[in-house]
Write a protein of this length. Structure first.
Ligand SMILES: Nc1ncnc2c1ncn2[C@@H]1O[C@H](COP(=O)(O)OP(=O)(O)OP(=O)(O)O)[C@@H](O)[C@H]1O
Length: 594
């Protein structure tokens, strides 16, 4: 099927929804504002496919930016279904990777950023060391220098323009710490994560030709999850879209803003939508959640938004589970009683359609331990996951594993896909057709001899690292931190590591995810959907936290709302019976009063 047929067919779903169709037909800057499950991402992806085919001529393309690697992963999957993959014409990724790969790596030198020619991305070890040295110089004392990490980041993101007097005056000690820290990084020839958008913005601001160059390559910029993207991206959008002619298609929801602690400000989206030169479209239907869940979601948010389920939608059910025994008691109840009960009631449901969401990773530890004890396979997406689920390198290795464990026979995934994704990952070193051919041969040779699900994952990864990754990584500057992720995972699997080695087939299963329960932090569940959502640890002290300020309580409430609205058919709220979260209590009381 041609790409055009794919998106034209997908667009037919949008046609009955007048407002989705309006956004699909928009010709200028467009901002789509809407609640959970309203089809923002769906409309964005179909519109993107259309714009790529009808509005942008080769070799020009489209850049699509989203909040984190998880969201980028979701977008890539959805665009893939429309026949669109990352390519020279299509950028899909975070604002950090856009800044690094589209602005800093190609243009840092000519843009006068004063970075060493061969700068790379700092590893965690390097950033920690740089902070330690800066701390001993500027602050001193016996406290842990890493305690300053959050404040340091916030200060850097707050002052995107350092030529204002407040940069020196607002908090002189913190400014000195930032300057010493950055000087230490530069002395090592590296930049860190926060540097990426900050330096990219600086380069764009100071070089009109650079804005034109980006506009020439990407005449259209799409942004998903705008409410969480922070001030640097907003400033880039202002410059690129409203001064340099790039057309904007942005989607977001102020009520789902959950990254205030990193400096995101939902007001920026509101302001954008109020501009006269922007067509703002608001969607009102929630296609994801059953009608009861849609109604209750407004109780969860504590605001009336008037969202509705489409006519004929299923009802959906909200369950309350007061528990005893702390988080481990909730985890035991969950795997011993609740999940078996759901499986008995709905024998056709894949475990991959169930998500257990929580606010803190240590709750995930309890759930993971209980699940392991009862023989449930899980996929974790939180700070204690085996490896960061958003890692592009690990994701590619998962695909390689799927190919070795049967994909070579079934075509899921196809070898051409494994090769093209790998080539994109190593795009800095695979430049010519010959490079590509050589890479293709190396991938096939490395995987062909290892098509056996019972192989130990540790040795399999060590071999692929040696044959495919190490020979290319030296020149792939954008992948330095990814390799650190792989190295530390291999170390953890090794004989002195803290996790037992496991068979390749299990690793491949992580890639496909069908028969594994999803364990995820509430933050990482953003943008995703599941048939059954179990929100555990929904209690006072945790959601919201003890001592939370008014704005933190509001953000905790939005986080609860995001978790609540991931569910299609069932949402289960689980909490210590003596201390249900005030948000749970409100949902319950308002449902009882109906
Ligand atoms: N017009 C439509 N007709 C039928 N289903 C739709 C339509 N629009 C969206 N959907 C379905 O609704 C669900 C939610 O869509 P999507 O994930 O795009 O919403 P969203 O607004 O991005 O959600 P969130 O903000 O909660 O992440 C998806 O399963 C999608 O396929």
């Amino acid at each position: 099927m041609s790409n055009r047929t794919l998106y034209v067919r997908a667009a037919e779903d949008l046609r009955p929804n007048e407002r989705q169709w309006q956004a699909y037909e928009s010709a200028g800057h467009c901002v789509l504002l809407a609640g959970p499950g309203s089809g923002k991402t769906k409309t964005l992806t179909v519109k993107l496919a259309r714009m790529l085919s009808e509005d942008v001529e080769e070799p020009r393309g489209i850049a699509c930016i989203t909040y984190n690697n998880e969201c980028a992963r979701e977008l890539e999957t959805r665009l893939d279904a429309l026949g669109i993959a990352q390519s020279r014409r299509v950028f899909i990724g975070t604002v950090h990777s856009f800044s690094l790969t589209q602005i800093l790596l190609p243009y840092a030198k000519v843009a006068g950023l004063d970075l060493p020619d061969d700068f790379t991305v700092a590893t965690t070890r390097q950033t920690r060391a740089a902070l330690e040295i800066a701390h001993s110089k500027v602050i001193g004392g016996s406290e842990n220098p890493q305690n300053w990490d959050l404040r340091l980041g916030r200060h850097r993101r707050r002052f995107l323009n350092r030529s204002v007097p407040e940069w020196q005056d607002a908090d002189p000690q913190l400014t000195q710490l930032v300057e010493a820290y950055e000087a230490n990084l530069r002395a090592k020839g590296v930049i860190d994560f926060d540097d990426m958008p900050i330096l990219a913005l600086k380069a764009l601001r100071e070089n009109n030709w650079l804005r034109k160059a980006i506009a020439a390559k990407y005449p259209i910029l799409a942004v998903d999850e705008y409410q969480d993207l922070g001030r640097a991206l907003h400033a880039m959008v202002m410059g690129l879209c409203f001064k340099s002619g790039i057309r904007l298609f942005a989607v977001g929801d102020v009520d789902q803003s959950i990254y205030g602690f990193t400096g995101a400000n939902p007001e920026l989206l509101r302001k954008l939508s109020e501009r006269e030169d922007v067509e703002t479209v608001r969607l009102g239907l929630n296609y994801r959640c059953g009608s009861q869940i849609v109604t209750a979601s407004e109780y969860a948010l504590g605001e009336e938004r008037g969202y509705q389920a489409p006519e004929g939608a299923h009802e959906g059910t909200i369950y309350f589970h007061p528990c005893t025994g702390g988080y481990s008691g909730q985890a035991r109840y969950l795997v011993k009683e609740l999940i078996p009960e759901i499986q008995a009631r709905r024998p056709d449901l894949h475990l991959g359609e169930i998500a257990i969401l929580y606010q803190a990773k240590f709750i995930g530890d309890d759930v993971a331990a209980a699940a392991a004890e009862h023989g449930y396979a899980v996929i974790r997406t939180d700070g204690n996951a085996l490896y960061p689920r958003g890692s592009r390198l690990m994701r590619w290795l998962e695909q390689c594993a799927m190919w070795c464990c049967g994909g070579w026979r079934s075509g899921h995934p196809r070898v051409s896909r494994v090769i093209s994704e790998g080539a994109r990952l190593f795009h800095e070193v695979i430049r010519s057709d010959d490079d590509h051919l050589e890479f293709q041969r190396a991938v096939i040779a490395a995987l062909w001899d290892r098509r056996e699900g019972t192989l130990g994952l540790h040795d399999w990864l060590v071999a692929l690292r040696a044959e495919l990754i190490r020979p290319r990584i030296g020149m792939a500057r954008s992948l330095a931190d990814e390799v650190e992720t792989l190295d530390s995972f291999i170390e953890r699997l090794g004989s002195t590591g803290d996790i037992d080695d496991f068979p390749l087939s299990e690793f491949a299963g992580i890639g496909s995810g069908l028969d594994r329960i999803n364990l995820s932090s509430l933050h990482s569940a953003k943008g995703r959907e599941f048939d059954v959502v179990i929100l555990c640890g929904a209690e006072e002290g945790r959601l919201p936290r003890n001592g939370a300020s008014t704005s933190e309580v509001k953000e905790a409430r939005r986080l609860f709302y995001v978790g609540f609205t991931r569910a299609r058919h069932e949402i289960h709220l689980m909490y210590g019976q003596a201390i249900p979260s005030r948000f749970v209590t409100e949902v319950r009381q308002r449902l009882e009063a109906e």
